[in-house]
Design a protein around this ligand. Structure first.
Ligand code: SF4
Length: 406
């Protein structure tokens, strides 16, 4: 991030290349470039690294509900031709999750015998023994869907956090010198599992306000009209009627919460706000309970045909990072990680990470190992670590997953 003399955002700098593990320059060192602008729009997706910094620096979340997130894990399959039903869409809630854990699946048959299947787990789950990856693997064994994959081949894998807070969690979008757009602000419509339309709309809306500012000779000030206009725009009209779906689901569980959420959405389309606007409660990181108060979950072993382990999955994400570079998953306090993440919460990072990046190794004096080269950049560790002790920062260059047809 580049700041001007008065603290306004003045642009961004690309990362330095050719930095060693210890932070010292290597022979290949190349300094990043400064990109200076009158206004900078940040569209980094959910839990953007720079957006997070901006929200904290300018207090953009003051008076708003905490942002909520889900972790979506997805596989791409080429199924047997006789199992392919082009255009078929299946959505489910619940199983194999308990009633108190939010989430559900999607399954789309599209062209060339391709099937896209995925599972979203809401990151406000409480049991640190839960593994979103294993829940997804279990989901595929349900009689409703398992036959789809018989004789097929898994060809792609990926994972990404999505923003689920909606209307009441969107931070103030504008600050001196720029604005937030897209899922970095959190425009996903949870019941529709869809945010691309609003991300595009927010980019267009922000661009219109930047254009007006530039024409009148302004620069690096606050685009207050952009912040003031989105709730009355198509984005606001899309998010307002569904604003209670996620809080009701979280508070009342899947069966009752979804039922009442549906009723509330229907009432809102008739302009009858049954429940007003409900809050979300705690941030996702604060929802974990100490391991001692939770039951252990044992997941079945993968069969290598329908269900898989994490490492063979990461292989299909074409993830690649420059090996000699500073670790891009920054643990602020190693002692806290051991005292709390491991000893109190039972090491949830070893389960919530869909790429097997985190391991506690050793019995008597466990050591925290970070296999950063496997990271698929889903941002879950930055969101769900119980102490906010892990920060995801962009690795060198274009390192990360290289999704094909995902
Ligand atoms: S290390 Fe963090 S960002 Fe990377 S895949 Fe694991 S949870 Fe996601």
């Amino acid at each position: 991030m580049l700041y001007g003399e008065n603290g306004e955002v003045a642009g961004v700098a690309t990362g330095d290349m050719g930095v060693g593990k210890d932070g010292a320059p290597k022979d290949s060192f190349t300094r990043g470039m400064e990109l200076r602008a009158k206004y900078t729009l940040f569209g980094e997706g959910a839990r953007g690294q720079l957006s997070k910094t901006l929200i904290a620096r300018f207090g953009l979340d003051r008076g708003r509900e905490p942002q909520k997130f889900g972790l979506g894990i997805k596989e791409l399959w080429q199924v047997a031709p006789e199992r392919h039903r082009p255009g078929l869409v299946q959505h489910t809630f619940g199983w194999p999750l308990s009633d108190r854990t939010g989430g559900g699946s999607f399954l789309y048959h599209f062209d060339k015998d391709f099937v896209s299947v995925g599972f979203v787990v809401h990151l406000n789950y409480a049991n640190p023994y839960l593994s979103p990856f294993e829940e997804f693997q279990r989901f595929k064994t349900h009689p409703l869907v398992r036959d789809t994959f018989a004789g097929g081949k898994r060809i792609g894998y990926g994972a990404r956090a999505i923003s689920e807070g909606g209307w009441q969690s969107v931070p103030n979008l504008a600050f001196p010198g720029g604005a937030l757009i897209g899922d970095g602000a959190g425009f996903l419509n949870v019941p529709r599992i869809k945010g691309t339309h609003n991300a595009m709309q927010s980019g267009m809306l922000a661009a219109e306000h930047v254009a007006v500012a530039l024409v009148t000779g302004r620069a690096n000030d606050t685009l207050t009209d952009y912040e003031a206009s989105w709730r009355g725009s198509p984005i606001g009209r899309d998010l307002w009627p569904v604003r209670n779906a996620k809080p009701l689901w979280s508070k009342l569980g899947t069966v009752l919460g979804i039922g009442l959420g549906g009723l509330d959405m229907w009432a809102n389309t008739l302009r009858i706000p049954l429940f007003g606007t409900l809050g979300h409660g705690k941030p996702d990181a604060a929802c974990l309970k100490p391991a001692a108060r939770c039951r252990r979950i044992s997941y079945p072993k993968p069969d290598g045909k329908l269900t898989f382990d994490r490492l063979s999955s990461v292989f299909l994400s074409n993830t690649n990072h420059e090996e000699i570079q500073p670790v891009h998953l920054v643990v602020a306090d190693a002692g806290l990680q051991k005292r709390s993440e491991l000893e109190v919460f039972g090491g949830p990072s070893t389960r919530y990470c869909p790429a097997g990046v985190y391991e506690w190794i050793g019995e008597s004096d466990p050591r925290y190992v970070i296999n950063a080269q496997n990271c698929v950049h889903c941002k879950t560790c930055d969101i769900k670590d119980p102490n906010g002790n892990i920060t995801w920062v962009a690795p060198e260059g274009g390192g990360g997953p290289n999704y094909q047809n995902m």
